[in-house]
Design a protein around this ligand. Sequence first.
Ligand code: F6P
Length: 242
Amino acid sequence: MKIIRTKDYEEMSRKAANLISAQILLKPDCVLGLATGSTPIGIYDQLVEWYKKGDLDFSTVKTVNLDEYKGLTRDNEQSYYYFMHHHLFDRVNIDEENTHVPNGKVENGDEECLRYEALIESMGGVDLQLLGLGRNGHIGFNEPAADFPKITHCVDLTESTIEANKRFFASADEVPRQAYTMGIGTIMKADKILVVANGEDKADAVAAMVQGKINPEVPASILQLHNNVILVADEAALSKLK
Ligand SMILES: O=P(O)(O)OC[C@H]1O[C@](O)(CO)[C@@H](O)[C@@H]1O
């Protein structure tokens, strides 16, 4: 895993955005795997800034998002569909039909997960997958578990994730208890993976991901087996690496 150390969140966002921008310039019709959460917001802001300057063109880019809460409608401000439109899609020249987020309103989880997995396959797979990192080492919504889930599936969120994400909701009770997420196998099929992390509260997860035993209790540890991963992280997030 290649590690790019940055002094702070702004530099992390700029360097990660630069890698995404290079991917788009090299392959204008690339498939980007995108992530939500607070970490990538600065990256999306930077991409929008470069787009507004005329340096980036999203007209042929396609995107697939990692995950979505089960049960939230697309117009719910906490849905990841809404998040992506708010932070990126509505601010650049990307066609709605080229953007994909699992549909949280489909009740039949098996149906939606198979549809989403097949969709990614039909797009030719992901060229560059962006990943945030949960405090418990989750990627997408792949929570610590007894084994690594292979394909897109429905998960029960852990208390730690509900606790971490309640800041976006009126209360913890309103955080959905389930989500649809790409599987670890889906993520590992991406050609390149870009992980971003900032802040001290990610330091344990970063150390476990980079130097810990590969183990489904730390889902991100599997990334040690991928041959093209770049971690862009600030000093605080890297502070527990030995
Ligand atoms: O960037 P944050 O807000 O710390 O979240 C980290 C991870 O947790 C999630 O928000 C899910 O809980 C992921 O989407 C994200 O990658």
